[in-house]
Design a protein around this ligand. Structure first.
Ligand SMILES: [Ca+2]
Length: 198
C-alpha cells in the first residue's frame, strides 16, 4: 500500500513537471531559449521525466473493453479483420475504454458479419462523448476485408485488433491491440510508434 502511494505521488509529480516543461516550450517566438541547446535539453528532460508514466499508459492501451446495452445481438471473434467469425446487428448504447485512448461512450448501430477474411461492415458511431470518435464504416459489399477505410486510417477503429464481441440486450466487447503492443515495446527504447506519449 505504501509503495502504491509513493508510486502515485511520483506519477503525479512527473505529470506536473511535464505541464511546466510544456509551458516552458510555449515561449514567445524569438525567445533565445526556444531554439538550440535549451529546448533540446528540455525535450530530453521531458522524455526522461515522463518515461515511466508513458510506459504505464502505453501498457494500459494494449487492452480495451466496451460494455453495451440495447436491441443488439453479437456473437463474433476476430484475429484481426482478416480472420473473423460471426457478427453483430442492432442498436447499442455503449461505454468504452477504447482503442487509441478513446474513453467515453456513444451509440452504435448497423450490421457486421464476417467469415475468415471476408466481411460485411456497416457501422455508425454517433452521439459520442468523452474522447470517443464519431465514425462510419461503409463496407457494404461482402468481400475481402480491407484496412484502407477512413475509420481505420484515423485510428477510430483498429483493423488489427484481436478479440470478441458477445451478448444479447447486454453485450461486452474485449480486444487486445498488436499495434499498441508494438508501441509499448518500441517505447522502451525511446521510440513513440503511436505518437501518443504525453
Ligand atoms: Ca507511445
Amino acid at each position: 500500500m505504501k509503495k502504491l502511494a509513493l508510486l502515485s505521488i511520483a506519477i503525479v509529480f512527473t505529470m506536473c513537471a511535464a505541464v511546466n516543461l510544456s509551458a516552458g516550450n510555449n515561449l514567445s517566438p524569438g525567445s533565445p531559449v526556444e531554439e538550440g541547446k535549451g529546448s533540446h535539453a528540455n525535450d530530453m528532460g521531458r522524455v526522461l521525466l515522463l518515461y515511466i508514466p508513458n510506459r504505464i499508459i502505453d501498457a494500459t492501451d494494449i487492452f480495451t473493453m466496451s460494455l453495451g446495452a440495447g436491441g443488439h445481438g453479437a456473437m463474433e471473434v476476430h484475429l484481426t479483420r482478416y480472420f473473423q467469425l460471426g457478427g453483430w446487428h442492432g442498436p447499442n448504447y455503449f461505454l468504452t475504454k477504447g482503442y487509441a485512448r478513446q474513453y467515453g461512450g456513444g451509440y452504435q448501430h448497423g450490421t457486421e458479419a464476417g467469415i475468415f477474411c471476408f466481411n460485411y461492415n456497416e457501422t455508425f458511431i454517433t452521439e459520442n462523448f468523452g474522447t470517443v470518435k464519431e465514425y462510419y464504416i461503409d463496407k457494404t459489399d461482402f468481400g475481402l476485408a480491407t484496412f484502407e477505410l477512413p475509420a481505420y486510417e484515423n485510428s477510430a477503429a483498429d483493423f488489427w485488433e484481436i478479440g470478441a464481441h458477445v451478448g444479447w440486450l447486454v453485450n461486452v466487447s474485449v480486444n487486445i491491440h498488436p499495434v499498441e503492443i508494438a508501441d509499448f515495446l518500441t517505447g522502451l527504447v525511446f521510440y513513440d510508434l503511436m505518437g501518443d506519449d504525453i
